[in-house]
Design a protein around this ligand. Structure first.
Ligand code: GDP
Length: 472
């Protein structure tokens, strides 16, 4: 298709890509960035006809143009199980001015926006935990602007706390810590602040950058401080989007409703989504028949950072899939057909697979080449030993960077982090669970298993030396 459109022989494109280290067959699908590179290489000027062609890795280009206007922050709540994520989301929901009255938040649609007395707004993703966060990121949709990390004052930093920190870090999303359950008699918030230091989360009170707020979701203490912290962080981030353009967003969740058909909750990233728009979401499309918010109100349109349910799609797109407005039905069909084809082919051979050899070619022109890795081992002692050794083997040109490590089986969450960060997973004396394995296969994430540390280090050393620039 690309060769046709450029009137260049397919074999020449394949040759050119081969020089870049990509081995492809004639009908393989390449991503938009590669296609753009190819087109430039053959002297063509690239114009992205529809924003929907760049679904993965949104163009943020006009979010700071003159037309961009401030938009509310989008916040995800993460933390260890039972530390109070759900309770906190419930408590924050009622900080909405109209809650309890007509027009208050009444529906669970996967995200809600609170309207504060100051007239400011904050959008919360209503699915606690990092599964949703990383599922979205794995699809290239970074919707979260700020992570609120909940740590229970009576329990402290736990494995999923660390996982959440690593997920947020990998996504370069700022963290605000909410030390929860301070109403409990045994609560020692200062201990938590100290524990967090070990994970390089430095409180502002200690000269660091992280806002740490003490709250009780149960007794509704400190919520105002938390909201203030979020607004302050949002101001620092200077979040903007242009409302006056065709809309793009991300699917938060979707379901098949008996009476209404496919219903998808969408978070608008930029532009304004209007009733009657023709949209493509993943491999589904349709004309937006209705927009409904978390207050069960029918809207005519929804602007940046607004979550809305939409009716009218012909299927249920997956969370994290992008949604975009296209000019007409024919175009919508063309894109969805293309995507369905990509999907089918992906099931045969993963495209954009995360493997070590892939990593090397992608890293080819960075200055300090980093091999990102996720390490899972049977016991914490081995994890630390492996991480310690890996961190030593780099030099000023190449190094391994461990974006997450821990003890225990390889989980779906690890795979999602791996996919989102383009990092392979190293398992030492552990296996991946069935679901994690299936997901890794689907997403093309490489998992390597080892039983001997020496073998593991040797392999990584080999990969790192392969990443060194050839000696001239
Ligand atoms: P999640 O698993 O992180 O979503 O945690 P939940 O919100 O389900 O809370 C777990 C348990 O902690 C529940 O029994 C809550 O009632 C309790 N809990 C949550 N927040 C607080 C709090 O601020 N104080 C106290 N004492 N208990 C809380």
């Amino acid at each position: 298709e690309l060769s046709n459109r450029m009137a260049v022989r397919a074999v020449d494109i394949i040759k050119m890509l081969m020089k870049q280290g990509m081995m492809l067959k004639i009908n393989d699908i390449i991503d938009t960035d590669t296609a753009e590179l190819v087109a430039h290489e053959f002297g063509h000027t690239v114009r992205r006809v529809s924003e929907s062609d760049v679904m993965e890795g949104f163009i943020d280009s006009d979010d700071h143009s003159d037309d961009a206007q401030p938009r509310p922050p989008v916040v995800a709540v993460m933390g260890h199980v039972d530390h109070g994520k759900t309770s906190l989301l419930d408590a924050l929901r009622s900080s909405d001015v109209a809650t309890g009255e007509a027009g208050g938040i009444t529906q669970h649609i996967g995200a809600y926006q609170v309207r504060l007395p100051s007239d400011e707004r904050i959008t919360f993703l209503d699915t606690p935990g990092h599964a949703a966060f990383s599922a979205m990121r794995a699809r290239g949709a970074n919707v979260t602007d700020i992570v609120v990390l909940v740590v229970a004052a009576d329990d402290g930093v736990m494995p999923q706390t660390i996982e959440a920190i690593n997920h947020a870090r990998a996504a370069k999303t700022p963290i605000i810590v909410a030390i929860n359950k301070i109403d409990k008699p045994g609560a020692k918030p200062q201990n938590i602040v100290n524990e967090l230091l070990q994970h390089e989360i430095v409180a502002e009170s200690l000269g660091g950058e992280t806002q740490i707020v003490e709250v009780s979701a149960k007794n509704r203490l400190g919520l105002d401080n938390l909201i203030e912290a979020i607004l302050l962080q949002a101001e620092v981030l200077d979040l903007r989007a242009n409302p006056d353009r065709t809309a793009e967003g991300v699917v938060i969740e979707s379901k098949l409703d008996k009476g209404r058909g496919p219903v998808a909750t969408v978070l608008v990233k930029r532009g304004t989504l209007k009733r009657g728009d023709i949209v493509v979401a993943g491999s589904s499309f349709g004309r937006v028949r209705a927009l409904i918010n978390e207050r069960d109100e029918q809207l005519a349109e929804a602007g940046p950072s607004m979550p809305v349910e939409i009716l009218g799609l012909d299927g249920t797109p997956d969370p994290g899939e992008a949604i975009a407005v296209v000019e007409n039905d024919a175009r919508a069909r063309e894109i969805t057909e293309y995507r369905q084809r990509v999907r089918r082919e992906k099931q045969i051979a993963p495209v954009g697979a995360v493997s070590l050899s892939d990593m090397m070619s992608k890293l080819a022109d960075k200055k300090v080449k980093e091999l990102q890795l996720i390490i899972k081992a049977d016991v914490q002692g081995s994890t630390e030993a492996i991480v310690g050794s890996l961190e030593k083997i780099g030099n000023e040109e190449v190094r391994a960077r461990i974006i997450h490590s821990g003890a225990g089986a390889i989980t779906e969450s690890d795979v999602q982090l791996a996919k989102g960060s383009n990092a392979p997973i190293i398992g030492f004396n552990v296996r991946a669970g069935k679901q994690a394995r299936d997901l890794a296969e689907r997403e093309g994430v490489e998992i390597r298993y080892y039983a001997i540390i020496y073998d593991l280090l040797d392999d990584i050393k080999g990969v790192l030396s392969g990443m060194l620039a050839p000696v001239q």
